[in-house]
Design a protein around this ligand. Structure first.
Ligand SMILES: NC(=O)C1=CN([C@@H]2O[C@H](COP(=O)(O)OP(=O)(O)OC[C@H]3O[C@@H](n4cnc5c(N)ncnc54)[C@H](O)[C@@H]3O)[C@@H](O)[C@H]2O)C=CC1
Ligand SMILES: O=C(CO)COP(=O)(O)O
Length: 647
């Protein structure tokens, strides 16, 4: 037997959790409201649950009338139905009388269902609208004064789980001698839908189970209208007149439509903006653009993806013009087709205009200025996700980039971190990422935006842990580069990576005790550490740093970044200085010997060879000679690196 959500539940306590406002709201009146007000449109767009009537709403007939016709008693039953829908006869009485006239057996019902397949009974546009709502995470229910026996095939054809159906059940009499079902003897009065006020009661039961803030009822009849007229019911009523337009319903509905397409078109579509245009921003926008351009995304997403590009000249031309002509960013990701639907904008506000999803993917030192520019110009309903690996150090302590975005823009900000070497993703090689989220519904939307056949995403409810992994692994990548530059083999590199992972985990948990150990086993943790220590830019530049030192022509990281990376930015050196400022202030330097040693090498206080002796190197007293900075100098250096971000 199918289990209904309706079964086994008691009526909701008034004003209990999840129940709507105490006051009974009457529906709009003074209709017909063929054009929705702003309030109604907002409710429709923010609905967390939508309940549809079946007969003459998602189905183009009254199912019992159709069965009556099939049984040869159509006219008699239609007259009773009409009285019920116009409110001139009680629902219970109308149901009783109709069943009495129809007087069918289960085998008559089987024959009826065969003669009238569910698909043939659906109203045009109902299935598409329901699919659209479900794709957005809106819960869809069917609440019918009709019978499960007739409605279930319709429910299945619409793609709604049978447990989301509220409807009546027929009672059949069984011959006690033969065990045969003989005749129909009424219906199960325990179902809420068998009574006047049954629809608001069904909705109240749902609200008791799930904390829906906004519930919308869509239907053609008086019993549907009741859904907004009783305490505990729906917040809004959409009258549907595509099959039968009833005067009372038309006048009282908050919004009256005769075509489901009107409701479909009124659902907002998400617009995604990419804030950044470097190597990873290009590879990531390609993934996004492919998803946005897919035919099946059209109901939910705007195809165009605007990308903020920090303007510069390339070969005497503006980079934005070049990208908009060829859809390739030849400077930061040569040869990679971003997508015909990607539009490069040099104006940050233009790029973010009307966006409901903001993807931040710029080097971390530039994010502060970007969010300051965006503040007050993004919708409060938008959500953000950060792909940026890095952190800030404020006078009052550390601040993650996602925290910065959340604080300045007031948006929920998830993170996407993982073993994601941009150039390999641009080539379509398989890669994985972790989406660290605060709000599951937002993360599910983000998964739809990023997930591709060659790009797997996993949702993890530890955004801070994921972001700390992505940030801190860049320090370990520098150490891996030093090891490679010194000519050591895999054992040494593995030893350094293990020590690095250990310090990453301890440091992340010391700063943010909610960080989970298991996050370090996701793509954002150990996998990213491996990828970056073998194939990343931090590793590469650190290796060249050692080569220059060994060749007797030392070069700073800043010089090597310019020489080797063609405008791309390293995050590891800034991050090392930022983390060191925290270690210094908290007197933790000796507890994180690898981080501390890397920082001393980066700042040319120790030779790169010290990386393999990191346990002792971190214990060495700091010199204050011209060559080696004092602890105070080191602290100023870290703070200066943070100050760069303010510039
Ligand atoms: N490249 C990669 O493989 C990966 C990078 N990441 C992270 O993604 C973030 C962004 O990195 P990429 O996209 O690779 O960038 P990138 O390092 O390739 O490029 C630098 C970007 O910064 C822009 N830029 C330069 N000066 C600027 C300014 N004053 N204001 C604003 N933008 C400016 C440049 O136009 C360019 O778009 C970083 O935090 C990085 O750690 C994460 C995973 C992989
Ligand atoms: O984060 C990265 C891969 O996941 C890339 O690291 P690099 O910035 O060192 O190239």
């Amino acid at each position: 037997m199918l289990e209904s959500i309706a079964s086994g539940m008691s009526p909701p306590a008034k004003g209990g959790p999840g129940s709507p406002a105490e006051t009974t709201r009457t529906s709009a009146g003074n209709g017909p409201h063929l054009v929705p007000s702003q309030r109604v449109l907002k409710l429709w767009r923010s609905a967390q649950a939508v309940c549809f009537d079946i007969d003459c709403t998602v189905a183009k007939n009254d199912q019992l009338d159709l069965l009556a016709e099939f049984m040869g008693v159509g006219d008699q039953v239609a007259a009773i139905t009409s009285s019920a829908m116009d409110g001139t006869m009680s629902l219970e009485a109308a149901l009783e009388q109709r069943l009495e006239v129809i007087n069918c057996t289960p085998s008559d019902i089987q024959a009826f269902l065969k003669a009238h397949p569910a698909e043939s009974r659906l109203t045009t546009g109902a299935k598409q609208l329901i699919q659209q709502l479900q794709a957005r995470g809106v819960a869809v229910y069917l609440i019918s004064g009709g019978f499960r026996e007739l409605c279930l095939p319709i429910v299945r054809a619409l793609g709604v789980p049978p447990k989301n159906l509220f409807a009546n059940r027929m009672n059949f009499q069984v011959d006690e001698e033969t065990g045969e079902v003989t005749k129909l003897v009424g219906f199960d009065l325990r179902e809420p839908t068998g009574h006047q006020g049954g629809k608001p009661l069904a909705i109240a039961r749902l609200r008791e189970l799930f904390p829906y803030e906004t519930v919308v009822m869509v239907g053609d009849g008086i019993t549907d209208l009741e859904a907004v007229q009783q305490t505990g019911g729906a917040d809004m009523f959409v009258g549907f007149g595509g099959v039968v337009a009833r005067e009372v319903v038309m006048q009282a509905a908050d919004w009256f439509v005769t075509d489901f397409q009107v409701l479909s078109e009124a659902l907002p579509r998400h617009r995604v903006a990419m804030i950044g245009s470097g190597a990873w921003a290009c590879a990531a926008v390609k993934l996004i653009a492919e998803n946005m351009a897919a035919a099946e995304a059209a109901d939910k997403f705007v195809s165009e993806v605007r990308m903020y590009v920090h303007e510069e000249e390339v070969g005497g031309r503006k980079l934005t013009d070049l990208i908009n002509e060829s859809h390739v960013n030849e400077k930061y990701m040569p040869g990679c087709f971003l997508g015909a639907n990607v539009v490069a904008c040099s104006d940050l506000l233009e790029a973010a205009k009307d966006a409901s999803v903001l993807v931040f993917c710029a080097p971390h030192q530039f994010i502060h200025r970007m969010v300051k520019t965006l503040a007050g110009h993004v919708s409060k309903d938008a959500i953000a996700i950060s792909l940026t690996k890095g952190m800030r150090v404020r006078p009052d302590g550390p601040q993650l980039i996602s925290e910065l975005i959340r604080k300045e823009l007031g948006l929920d900000c998830s993170v996407l971190m993982g073993a994601n070497i941009a150039a390999d993703i641009a080539k379509g090689e398989l890669s994985e990422a972790t989406i660290g989220y605060n709000v599951l519904q937002n993360a599910q939307l983000l998964k739809d935006i990023f997930e591709r056949p060659s790009f797997y995403t996993t949702l993890v409810p530890d955004p801070v842990g994921a972001e700390m992994c992505g940030t801190l692994k860049n320090i370990v990548a520098l150490a891996a580069g030093f090891v490679e530059g010194m000519g050591y083999g895999p054992n040494t590199k593995a030893a350094i990576m293990r020590a690095g992972l250990n310090e990453m985990r301890r440091f992340a948990k010391a700063l943010y005790p909610t960080v989970r150990d298991e996050t370090f086993f996701e793509s954002c943790g150990v996998a990213d550490l491996i990828a970056t220590c073998y194939g990343g830019r931090n590793r590469l530049v650190a290796k060249e740093f050692v080569a220059a030192e060994l060749a007797g022509a030392p070069a700073s990281f800043a010089e090597l970044e310019v020489k080797l990376l063609n405008g791309q930015k390293l995050q590891g050196v800034l991050t090392s200085n930022e983390v060191q400022a925290i270690l210094f202030r908290r007197n933790w330097e000796k507890e994180y010997p690898l981080f501390t040693t890397v920082n001393r090498i980066v700042n040319q206080q120790l030779p790169a060879s010290a990386v393999v002796g990191y346990r002792d190197a971190a214990l060495l007293p700091m010199h204050s000679s011209a060559d080696h900075q004092s602890s105070d100098d080191l602290r100023s250096l870290a703070l200066a690196s943070s100050a760069q971000m303010e510039a």
